[in-house]
Design a protein around this ligand. Structure first.
Ligand code: MG
Ligand code: MG
Length: 250
């Protein structure tokens, strides 16, 4: 069952989302060649704790860190490590979750490390564009397939692969609530209602759609080893249009 969020719940999600956005603001500053993903995790943890929130990912199904860091061909769920050191030309997707007074904000962003190729810039631009195309459909009266189709159309326009096994999700008191949201059309006619909160999160691949999970049982990578990008916002459908929770409050 998809549960509508109350005004009070949305207020708390907005606060959680602000904290997630603060982490991303910090990540944007510190992502550079030479830093390890372990250091990024420590910095993220500090920001979340300073803001009296809880890192949602830490311990989630046993995940050992508070952010996911996925470099180049890694798509999602990469585990921060002192051995994973960013190099000039890399692309890194950082996924952040924060829980504030029981409500969750979830947002991922891809960052260029130093100077990246035009191909990577194009992949990042396309994936971000597909996110906002999806967000624009997060309106009462639309159906889930409208969001999925908007994401798919952007991916097709650029000729990129779409990750099939992972997608967006309802979010609120739990990080993963109903419904599941595909990043391509599946004919899901579930009606979007005012108060629904969904994390919309396209993952686009420079090459083929296929991905596989590493032996660490977390890290998802493209099977052709070509780069992937990931952008995500937590969004609430309201009568005034889509409201992004995971951005800085004015
Ligand atoms: Mg996320
Ligand atoms: Mg998510």
């Amino acid at each position: 069952m998809i549960r509508k969020k109350s005004r009070e719940e949305i207020k708390l999600m907005r606060h959680a989302g602000h904290i997630v956005a603060l982490v991303h603001q910090k990540m944007k500053e510190v992502v550079e060649p030479g830093i390890s993903t372990k250091e990024l995790d420590e910095i993220a943890m500090k920001v979340i704790k300073e803001n009296r929130a809880v890192p949602t990912f830490l311990g989630y199904n046993g995940f050992p860190a508070c952010i996911c860091t996925s470099i180049n061909e890694q798509v999602v769920h990469g585990i921060p490590s002192e051995k994973a050191i960013l190099k000039d030309g890399d692309i890194i997707a950082i996924d952040v979750g924060a829980t504030y007074r029981g409500l969750v904000g979830d947002s991922a962003w891809s960052y260029a490390v130093g100077n990246v190729s035009d191909d990577i810039k194009r992949l990042m631009k396309a994936t971000e564009e597909s996110l906002y195309a999806g967000i624009d459909k997060m309106r009462p009266g639309n159906v889930l397939d409208d969001i999925s189709g908007a994401v798919e159309d952007v991916a097709l326009k650029y000729g990129y692969g779409i990750v099939r096994q992972y997608g967006g999700h309802g979010v609120g008191h739990q990080m993963h609530e109903e419904p599941f949201l595909y990043n391509y059309r599946v004919g899901d006619k579930t009606l979007i209602k005012s108060g629904y909160a969904i994390a919309i999160e396209p993952m686009l691949n420079m090459g083929c759609d296929e991905v596989s999970v590493a032996l660490d049982e977390w890290t998802v990578s493209t099977v052709d080893r070509k780069p992937s990008a990931h952008f995500e916002h937590t969004v609430v459908a309201t009568d005034d249009g889509p409201q992004i929770m995971t951005k800085l409050m004015e």
